[in-house]
Design a protein around this ligand. Sequence first.
Ligand SMILES: [Zn+2]
Length: 213
Amino acid sequence: MIIFGTRGVKSTLAQGNFVCPQCATSEAYKHKKVTKFFTLYFIPVIPLGRMGEYVECQRCRGTFVTRVLEYDPDSARNEFQSIYEKAMRHTMAMIVLADGEIDDNELKVVLEIINKFGHKDMTMGELVAYIFEVQRNPENIDTYLRKVTPSLNEHGKEMIIKCAIAVAAADGQVDQSEILSIKEMATAMEMSAMHLKGILSEMTEKQTSFSTN
Ligand SMILES: [Zn+2]
């Protein structure tokens, strides 16, 4: 009697380190493939084709789709950073435009903030061009922030509000229109009124010429 059948045989295609979704740390992995073999007396003799591939964490032994190897924590962080920086820049431009005039001191503060937090240095000329661009294509602050809020963490939201207040105060006083815009921003980012009040009072302690009319 001849005993034959098929069996999946695992082999390692590659190995290295990856960020294991289960361990959430960098761990050794083995990228394995499973090949279906025709077996004779339980011995795999003829490969019949690939059954599948997977990535196995050598620490927790969890198995994952090969796509996990593409996850790059640095680029994920960069993506967050760029959304955050873009949101910060955009909201500051909106605050500059909120009181109807583009003030030099406001521009200086915006540029200072962008170049302090951002990774891409901006010149005053580029900033002015950017603000005109925002002015030409006005988008409601609420609409804009609702789009980006899911990508922001609490710290990011707070920084956006703080930067907006700093810009609003740059021309010597915070106008009613600017206060309204900041309140609108906080609401759009689902920040509580109490939280906003806390940030405002924390910042106004440092601003002597803060006026709410
Ligand atoms: Zn693991």
